[in-house]
Design a protein. Structure first.
Length: 281
Protein backbone atom coordinates (compact mmCIF):
# COMPACT_ATOMS: atom_id res chain seq x y z
CA UNK A 1 0.00 0.00 0.00
CA UNK A 2 1.15 3.54 -0.79
CA UNK A 3 -0.08 6.56 1.19
CA UNK A 4 0.25 10.20 0.14
CA UNK A 5 1.05 12.43 3.11
CA UNK A 6 1.83 16.10 3.51
CA UNK A 7 0.71 19.52 4.62
CA UNK A 8 0.27 23.11 3.49
CA UNK A 9 0.25 25.51 6.45
CA UNK A 10 0.48 29.30 6.55
CA UNK A 11 0.97 31.44 9.63
CA UNK A 12 1.22 35.20 10.03
CA UNK A 13 4.06 36.37 12.31
CA UNK A 14 2.90 39.50 14.07
CA UNK A 15 6.35 40.98 14.59
CA UNK A 16 9.91 39.69 14.42
CA UNK A 17 9.28 36.10 15.54
CA UNK A 18 11.64 33.09 15.56
CA UNK A 19 9.86 29.79 14.94
CA UNK A 20 10.78 26.16 15.64
CA UNK A 21 8.98 23.48 13.63
CA UNK A 22 8.37 19.80 14.40
CA UNK A 23 6.75 18.77 11.13
CA UNK A 24 9.02 16.06 9.71
CA UNK A 25 8.52 12.30 10.12
CA UNK A 26 10.76 10.51 12.59
CA UNK A 27 14.08 9.17 11.22
CA UNK A 28 12.78 5.62 11.76
CA UNK A 29 10.16 6.30 9.09
CA UNK A 30 12.69 7.24 6.38
CA UNK A 31 12.75 3.76 4.86
CA UNK A 32 9.02 4.10 4.09
CA UNK A 33 9.25 7.42 2.25
CA UNK A 34 9.61 7.65 -1.51
CA UNK A 35 11.80 10.67 -2.38
CA UNK A 36 10.19 13.14 0.03
CA UNK A 37 10.60 16.83 -0.74
CA UNK A 38 12.27 19.03 1.90
CA UNK A 39 9.98 21.28 3.91
CA UNK A 40 9.45 24.25 1.60
CA UNK A 41 9.31 27.65 3.27
CA UNK A 42 7.89 30.74 1.59
CA UNK A 43 9.46 33.23 1.80
CA UNK A 44 12.70 31.27 1.68
CA UNK A 45 14.67 31.24 4.93
CA UNK A 46 18.02 29.96 6.14
CA UNK A 47 16.36 27.43 8.43
CA UNK A 48 18.62 25.17 10.50
CA UNK A 49 17.70 21.55 11.25
CA UNK A 50 18.47 19.83 14.54
CA UNK A 51 17.43 16.72 16.46
CA UNK A 52 15.84 17.19 19.88
CA UNK A 53 16.34 15.15 23.06
CA UNK A 54 13.60 12.70 22.03
CA UNK A 55 15.04 12.02 18.57
CA UNK A 56 12.55 14.21 16.70
CA UNK A 57 13.58 16.28 13.70
CA UNK A 58 13.17 20.01 14.29
CA UNK A 59 13.74 23.08 12.13
CA UNK A 60 14.75 26.52 13.41
CA UNK A 61 13.35 29.36 11.30
CA UNK A 62 15.07 32.72 11.97
CA UNK A 63 13.14 35.70 13.27
CA UNK A 64 11.04 37.53 10.70
CA UNK A 65 7.63 39.12 10.44
CA UNK A 66 4.78 38.54 8.03
CA UNK A 67 3.46 35.35 6.45
CA UNK A 68 5.28 32.03 6.49
CA UNK A 69 4.01 29.23 4.29
CA UNK A 70 5.22 25.69 5.07
CA UNK A 71 4.68 22.89 2.57
CA UNK A 72 5.74 19.24 2.36
CA UNK A 73 4.63 16.24 0.32
CA UNK A 74 5.64 12.58 0.10
CA UNK A 75 4.43 9.05 -0.55
CA UNK A 76 4.92 6.44 2.18
CA UNK A 77 4.94 2.67 1.86
CA UNK A 78 2.74 0.74 4.29
CA UNK A 79 2.08 -2.95 4.85
CA UNK A 80 -1.65 -2.28 5.01
CA UNK A 81 -1.98 -4.08 8.33
CA UNK A 82 -3.80 -2.63 11.35
CA UNK A 83 -2.04 -1.77 14.60
CA UNK A 84 -0.69 -4.90 16.24
CA UNK A 85 -1.53 -6.02 19.76
CA UNK A 86 -0.78 -8.97 22.00
CA UNK A 87 -3.48 -9.91 24.53
CA UNK A 88 -0.95 -12.13 26.30
CA UNK A 89 1.61 -9.33 26.80
CA UNK A 90 2.53 -8.68 30.42
CA UNK A 91 3.83 -5.55 32.13
CA UNK A 92 7.46 -5.81 33.19
CA UNK A 93 8.40 -5.13 36.81
CA UNK A 94 10.01 -1.72 37.16
CA UNK A 95 13.34 -3.39 38.00
CA UNK A 96 13.30 -5.08 34.57
CA UNK A 97 12.28 -2.10 32.45
CA UNK A 98 14.86 -0.71 30.00
CA UNK A 99 16.44 2.46 31.38
CA UNK A 100 15.17 4.56 28.45
CA UNK A 101 11.55 3.83 29.39
CA UNK A 102 11.81 5.17 32.95
CA UNK A 103 11.26 8.82 31.99
CA UNK A 104 7.83 7.75 30.70
CA UNK A 105 6.73 6.69 34.18
CA UNK A 106 6.90 10.15 35.75
CA UNK A 107 4.28 12.92 35.74
CA UNK A 108 4.74 15.57 33.04
CA UNK A 109 3.26 18.95 32.15
CA UNK A 110 -0.02 17.62 30.70
CA UNK A 111 -0.09 14.20 32.37
CA UNK A 112 -0.47 14.48 36.15
CA UNK A 113 -0.21 10.76 36.82
CA UNK A 114 0.62 11.38 40.50
CA UNK A 115 -2.72 13.12 41.05
CA UNK A 116 -4.63 10.31 39.33
CA UNK A 117 -2.84 7.42 41.05
CA UNK A 118 -5.51 6.65 43.71
CA UNK A 119 -8.31 6.63 41.12
CA UNK A 120 -6.27 4.61 38.62
CA UNK A 121 -5.52 1.85 41.14
CA UNK A 122 -9.11 1.82 42.39
CA UNK A 123 -10.45 1.40 38.85
CA UNK A 124 -7.86 -0.85 37.21
CA UNK A 125 -5.61 -2.26 39.94
CA UNK A 126 -7.46 -5.57 40.20
CA UNK A 127 -6.93 -6.35 36.50
CA UNK A 128 -4.12 -8.46 35.13
CA UNK A 129 -1.01 -6.24 34.82
CA UNK A 130 -0.62 -6.46 31.08
CA UNK A 131 -2.61 -5.90 27.93
CA UNK A 132 -5.89 -6.52 29.78
CA UNK A 133 -5.17 -3.52 32.02
CA UNK A 134 -4.05 -1.33 29.11
CA UNK A 135 -7.16 -2.17 27.10
CA UNK A 136 -9.39 -1.42 30.09
CA UNK A 137 -7.79 2.03 30.37
CA UNK A 138 -8.27 2.57 26.64
CA UNK A 139 -11.94 1.51 26.86
CA UNK A 140 -12.55 3.87 29.77
CA UNK A 141 -10.93 6.90 28.11
CA UNK A 142 -12.75 6.20 24.83
CA UNK A 143 -16.12 6.20 26.62
CA UNK A 144 -15.28 8.99 29.07
CA UNK A 145 -14.31 11.76 26.61
CA UNK A 146 -16.68 13.46 24.19
CA UNK A 147 -14.66 14.38 21.10
CA UNK A 148 -15.09 17.81 19.54
CA UNK A 149 -12.73 20.39 18.00
CA UNK A 150 -14.59 23.05 19.97
CA UNK A 151 -13.31 21.42 23.18
CA UNK A 152 -9.64 22.01 22.28
CA UNK A 153 -7.53 24.09 24.65
CA UNK A 154 -3.74 24.51 24.75
CA UNK A 155 -3.86 24.49 28.55
CA UNK A 156 -6.04 21.41 29.10
CA UNK A 157 -4.35 18.62 31.05
CA UNK A 158 -5.20 14.99 31.76
CA UNK A 159 -6.72 16.02 35.08
CA UNK A 160 -8.87 18.64 33.35
CA UNK A 161 -10.23 16.16 30.83
CA UNK A 162 -10.74 13.59 33.61
CA UNK A 163 -13.03 16.12 35.25
CA UNK A 164 -14.91 17.60 32.27
CA UNK A 165 -14.93 14.60 29.89
CA UNK A 166 -14.43 16.62 26.68
CA UNK A 167 -11.50 17.07 24.36
CA UNK A 168 -9.64 16.34 21.15
CA UNK A 169 -7.21 13.56 20.22
CA UNK A 170 -4.37 14.96 22.32
CA UNK A 171 -6.66 14.92 25.38
CA UNK A 172 -7.51 11.25 24.80
CA UNK A 173 -3.76 10.62 24.63
CA UNK A 174 -2.91 12.63 27.75
CA UNK A 175 -5.50 10.93 29.93
CA UNK A 176 -4.44 7.49 28.66
CA UNK A 177 -0.80 8.30 29.40
CA UNK A 178 -1.53 9.62 32.88
CA UNK A 179 -3.57 6.56 33.87
CA UNK A 180 -0.97 4.14 32.48
CA UNK A 181 1.89 5.88 34.29
CA UNK A 182 -0.14 5.91 37.50
CA UNK A 183 -0.18 2.11 37.19
CA UNK A 184 3.59 1.88 36.49
CA UNK A 185 3.17 1.31 32.74
CA UNK A 186 5.58 3.44 30.64
CA UNK A 187 3.56 5.53 28.18
CA UNK A 188 4.63 8.16 25.66
CA UNK A 189 2.88 10.67 23.42
CA UNK A 190 2.97 10.31 19.63
CA UNK A 191 1.71 12.51 16.84
CA UNK A 192 1.70 12.08 13.09
CA UNK A 193 -0.39 11.05 10.12
CA UNK A 194 -3.45 8.79 10.30
CA UNK A 195 -5.86 8.88 7.38
CA UNK A 196 -9.30 7.35 6.96
CA UNK A 197 -7.96 4.12 5.47
CA UNK A 198 -10.21 1.10 5.92
CA UNK A 199 -12.79 3.20 7.80
CA UNK A 200 -15.53 5.62 6.71
CA UNK A 201 -14.41 9.11 5.68
CA UNK A 202 -14.45 11.39 8.72
CA UNK A 203 -13.80 14.81 7.20
CA UNK A 204 -10.87 17.09 6.42
CA UNK A 205 -7.41 15.80 7.26
CA UNK A 206 -5.48 16.73 10.39
CA UNK A 207 -2.51 15.51 12.36
CA UNK A 208 -3.44 12.91 14.97
CA UNK A 209 -2.18 12.10 18.47
CA UNK A 210 -2.01 8.62 20.00
CA UNK A 211 -0.06 6.69 22.65
CA UNK A 212 2.63 4.05 22.79
CA UNK A 213 2.83 1.85 25.90
CA UNK A 214 5.71 -0.42 26.88
CA UNK A 215 4.11 -3.81 27.50
CA UNK A 216 5.59 -7.24 26.93
CA UNK A 217 9.05 -5.75 26.43
CA UNK A 218 8.17 -3.62 23.39
CA UNK A 219 6.37 -0.37 22.58
CA UNK A 220 2.81 -0.93 21.36
CA UNK A 221 0.31 1.54 19.89
CA UNK A 222 -3.00 2.32 21.59
CA UNK A 223 -5.45 5.00 20.55
CA UNK A 224 -8.35 5.71 22.90
CA UNK A 225 -10.01 8.14 20.52
CA UNK A 226 -10.83 5.37 18.05
CA UNK A 227 -10.30 2.34 20.32
CA UNK A 228 -9.71 0.03 17.38
CA UNK A 229 -6.66 -1.00 15.36
CA UNK A 230 -6.08 1.42 12.47
CA UNK A 231 -4.09 1.25 9.23
CA UNK A 232 -1.35 3.54 8.00
CA UNK A 233 0.10 5.46 10.95
CA UNK A 234 3.22 7.48 10.14
CA UNK A 235 4.97 8.84 13.25
CA UNK A 236 6.12 12.44 13.18
CA UNK A 237 7.13 13.04 16.80
CA UNK A 238 7.36 11.33 20.19
CA UNK A 239 7.69 12.82 23.68
CA UNK A 240 6.47 12.73 27.26
CA UNK A 241 3.38 14.71 26.26
CA UNK A 242 2.37 17.47 23.85
CA UNK A 243 4.60 20.05 25.53
CA UNK A 244 7.67 18.23 24.12
CA UNK A 245 6.46 18.09 20.54
CA UNK A 246 4.47 21.17 19.44
CA UNK A 247 4.18 21.35 15.65
CA UNK A 248 4.96 25.07 15.67
CA UNK A 249 6.74 26.85 18.52
CA UNK A 250 6.65 30.62 18.02
CA UNK A 251 8.68 32.99 20.21
CA UNK A 252 6.21 35.80 19.64
CA UNK A 253 2.67 36.30 18.42
CA UNK A 254 1.38 34.42 15.37
CA UNK A 255 -1.96 33.83 13.71
CA UNK A 256 -2.96 30.70 11.79
CA UNK A 257 -4.00 31.65 8.24
CA UNK A 258 -4.32 28.30 6.45
CA UNK A 259 -4.04 24.67 7.54
CA UNK A 260 -4.32 21.61 5.31
CA UNK A 261 -3.07 18.08 6.00
CA UNK A 262 -3.51 15.02 3.82
CA UNK A 263 -3.00 11.28 4.44
CA UNK A 264 -4.72 9.28 1.71
CA UNK A 265 -4.23 5.89 0.15
CA UNK A 266 -2.91 6.10 -3.40
CA UNK A 267 -5.56 4.52 -5.61
CA UNK A 268 -4.92 2.28 -8.61
CA UNK A 269 -5.85 5.15 -10.93
CA UNK A 270 -3.40 7.49 -9.20
CA UNK A 271 -0.62 4.90 -9.46
CA UNK A 272 -0.62 5.39 -13.23
CA UNK A 273 -1.34 9.11 -13.31
CA UNK A 274 1.40 11.75 -13.70
CA UNK A 275 2.93 12.60 -10.33
CA UNK A 276 2.04 16.00 -8.89
CA UNK A 277 2.07 17.63 -5.49
CA UNK A 278 -1.15 17.44 -3.53
CA UNK A 279 -1.19 21.12 -2.63
CA UNK A 280 -2.14 24.02 -4.81
CA UNK A 281 0.51 26.63 -5.53
Amino acid sequence: MRIRIGFDITIERLGETPVVLALAPRPEEDWRLEAPMPIELTPASRARPFTDAFGNRRLRVPAASGPLRMRWDAVAQDDGLPDGFDPEARCLPIDDLPAETLQYLSPSRYCESDLLTPDAWAMFGALEPGWQRVQAICDFVHNHIQFGYGHASPNKTALDVWRDGRGVCRDFAHLTIALCRALNIPARYCSGYLGDIGVPYAGEGDFCAWVEVHVGGVWRTIDARYNMPRIGRIVMVRGRDAVDVPMITAFGAIRMEAFKVWCDEVTAEEEHAPQQLAYAS
